[in-house]
Structure formats: C-alpha cells, structure tokens
Design a protein around this ligand. Sequence first.
Ligand code: 8YV
Length: 316
Amino acid sequence: MKKILMGYNFKREGFEALEGKFDIIYPDKEHFSKEEVIALVADVDVLVPNFSFRTDAEIIDAGKQLKLISNFGVGYNNIDVDYAAEKGIAVTNTPRSVLEPTAELCFALLTAAARKIGYYNNKLHAGERIGWGLFDDLGLPVYGQTLGIFGMGRIGQAVARRAVASGMKIIYCNRKPLDKETEERYNARFVDFDTLLKESDFVSLNAPATAETYHLMGEEEFRKMKPTAILVNAARGSLVDEKALIQALRNKEIFGAGLDVYENEPKISPELRDFDNVVLTPHAGTQTYAGRMDMEREVAKNIIHFFEGGEIDKVN
Ligand code: 8YV
C-alpha cells in the first residue's frame, strides 16, 4: 500500500476517500515538526505539508520514495516547487475549494474597512463612547466606487463578481488581459499598475507570492493611491511592505486597509493595531468547516487521480 504522511492533524472526514487505499500517518498533536517530517518522510509516497515551515530541499531530499507533494491550499510558496520538479516530484494545490471562501472574506474586508464595521464593532464591544450623531464617524461608500484588482485569476474574478453585484466599477492588472467575453462579464478594464493605483478607491491584491510580487506595495505605490483609498490583502503578506503600509496609514496617504495576511505570520506588526481604520483577520480566508472539508476532498482527489489516473492540479 502507498504511504501518505499528513503534516497536520487534519480532520479525517474530508479524507474518507483515501481510507483503505493508502496507509496514512497523522500526527497525534497539531502538526509534525520539521525534524519529525524529515525522519518520517523517508519511505512515504505522498506528503501533505503544513504551513508552519517550508517544505524545502532538506525535506525533499529526505523523501527518498516521494512522488507527490499534495498541498492543502492554493498558494504553494510553502514548498520549493522547482526543487521538487528537479527531483521528479509532482506538486499539486487546491484552486477550486479555496475560491469562493477566500473571495467572500476578501469582499467582507473591503466592506468592513469602508463602512467602519471593525471600528464600530470594537467600540461597541468595549462599551466605549461612540458618536451616534448623523455626521459622526462617517464611513465610505462601496456602491459606485472603483475597485482595482491586482491578479485577475480565479479568486480575483470571484471578487469581481461580488463587486459587480455591489455596483462597483472594475479595473484590473494581470499578466495578460482576460478574453473579451470575461472582461464584459465584469465590465472590467485592463490597466497598467500605475493607473490601477491612481484610479482605484479600493485596491485588492489577489496574486500569488512570487519574486515579482514581493513588496509590490511599497512607499512609492502607497503615495500614488488616493487618500480616500483602501487596500485589501487576502492573498499573501509578502506582497505588501508592512512598514511602508504603516507609514502610509500614519501619513494618511490612504484611508485604511483590510488585511487577512501578514509579512511574518502569525506575527502581526503591533503598529497595525493602532489604526481604527484597519480591519484585521487571522489568515481566515478559508476558515469555515465546509471550506476546510472541501480543501481536504480536493487534496484527496489529487492524490487518488495521481495514482489512478484523472485530472490533477499540478503546479510544477
Ligand atoms: C489556507 C491559503 O488557510 O489556499 C491558500 O493558499 O492561504 C488558505 O486557504 C492555507 O493554505 C493553510 O493551509
């Protein structure tokens, strides 16, 4: 029987399809340490890694029988995919299951930051005084505003769909423009990054963490944004220079931010907590039980199809 090493103590429910077909090793605590993975991976065929440490050359080299790394997540910056490819090891991800939950949280962050939901909620929960007057603590509208989406892949488009339903105008940056039919569906206009920064009332980052997107948003970029604009990041923390963001918020170069991801997760720059106009969530884009089960099923599908034939979400 082929062997699977689960890096995390996943719920068994979503992995039911693997039972009886594979010999599966789960940790009896939250997750295995890197040292434990190195010790256990020697004779396994499949590794399902976790996000607490990178699946790097050291782990890959230790996996003498390793054929597949089946990632639990769409982003695979936690894996040295090029090195895996060199070693003939396939890497798969979970693009479908994460799509709607991530877009949902992303759009919720956008709305929460604009309409000050985080701020009001904090005040009311803390029992603090808050102005109930007609012109106290005004938020910003979403309807009729321009959303700039950086990264018009599946998640970017799912955000666009929600934005269209909310009466927003859409501009976007992508490696290449979408086909005409898709553009028309979202009434979206392909622009360069400069235009996106200057024209958007909201900038949503929906691109993966790569060398090209590292610190995409820095000092200069924040200066180009409208002082009333809001940055939303539900992609990866590395896309934003957090120090530059803090500076931009201090200087009121932008109105606020909705953040689900951070440069040094699970650490959050403490300065971000000082801003009432910054809504923070703990990398919770897919944090629902249904979402997690869909992700497990997508991981299981990739493993089964890899060995039995069928479509897999191979990324390397
Ligand atoms: C997960 C994610 O929470 O899919 C991704 O890329 O960031 C999230 O869905 C993450 O993969 C944790 O395992």
